[in-house]
Design a protein around this ligand. Structure first.
Ligand SMILES: [Zn+2]
Length: 304
């Protein structure tokens, strides 16, 4: 088998599921596998490596490298997890790339999941070849990432762009225990809480979106509040670092037709300091974005 015929694995380790894609160095996806994320660092890596092994052997091809996108603060140079949420057991301090390389025998690279999402959307998604962009992931929580002057900007602690816990968004209780953070009005779980507080039933964010689309006022208000908050966050970030482009993904963003008008409405009221419009795009890679971004990091690191 020639090196030119080899493949890259991209892994997205989420709180509930782990997804693996196998792709060519041109990021053409050849296969996918998904499994529930087990508890514990060793089990999480074993699950991912098992899926990679099956996908590679099915295609009788050569694995060139593995890219991993995972939640939390990571040391992307060393490949270690620094800080993990309570969802992940035995994950903070885990030496991810060392363990993956030991098991599969090829180079591995670790990236924060939102950073990987942004890298994927720039490599082969909604905002190809942009040089200055902000990514916002509206999922169970709210994450962010920054691309400045053609490269990921992670900051000295790997926490740059994490806008979910930025204050100034009302006084609702956030998942972190404080009040008024972006996440408290724009994350999936928080949308559900806000809907119940306004007299709605206990239903999921997708159902609230359906009700909003059908014209239910309380459901619509929850998404308008979320969208305006996202617009406010974009306005604040653009005032600081002059981003020209924003890409938005995550489960909550599937209600794009509800969010987009509210985001645009806020930015019409509070236009960017530059006076130029900000390009706002919905993710086109969807559920593949983190894994594709992790794979594109491998491509860049190995010069494929
Ligand atoms: Zn918070």
């Amino acid at each position: 088998m020639t090196r030119a015929g080899g493949v890259i694995a991209g892994v997205d380790i989420g709180g509930t599921a782990t997804q693996v894609i196998l792709c060519t160095p041109a990021l053409e996806i050849l296969g996918r596998a998904t499994a529930p994320t087990p508890r514990g660092g060793d089990a999480m890596i074993a699950a991912a490596v098992g899926m990679i092994g099956r996908l590679v052997s099915e295609r009788a091809t050569e694995l060139l490298g593995v890219g991993i996108g995972a939640a939390g603060v990571v040391d992307s140079a060393a490949g270690d997890v620094l800080v993990a949420s309570d969802t992940f057991v035995d994950w903070a301090g885990y030496r991810v790339t060392t363990e993956v390389t030991r098991r599969v025998g090829v180079p591995a690279f670790l990236e924060n999941d939102v950073n990987a999402f942004l890298t994927g959307e720039i490599a082969d998604g909604a905002i190809k070849v942009e040089t200055d962009a902000l990514a916002i992931m509206l999922g169970t929580g709210v994450g962010g990432a920054l691309w400045v002057d053609g490269a990921l900007f992670s900051g000295p602690h790997g926490a740059a762009g994490e806008i979910g816990h930025m204050p100034g968004f009302g006084d609702a209780l956030c998942s972190c225990g404080r009040h008024g953070h972006l996440e408290s009005v724009a994350a999936g779980r928080q949308l559900e809480v806000r809907y119940r507080e306004s007299g709605g039933e206990q239903v999921g964010a997708a159902e609230i979106a359906r009700r909003a689309a059908a014209g239910e006022e309380a459901a619509g208000q929850v998404f308008r509040t979320a969208g305006r908050a996202v617009g406010q966050a974009i306005s604040a970030v653009s005032a600081l670092v002059d981003v020209t482009t924003v890409v938005i993904g995550g489960g909550v963003s599937r209600a794009w037709q509800l969010l987009a008008p509210a985001i645009d409405g806020y930015l019409a009221d509070e236009p960017p300091v530059s006076g130029l419009p900000i390009r706002i795009e919905h993710s086109t890679l969807g559920k593949d974005a983190v894994a594709v971004g992790a794979a594109s990091r491998v491509r860049a690191e190995l010069g494929l």
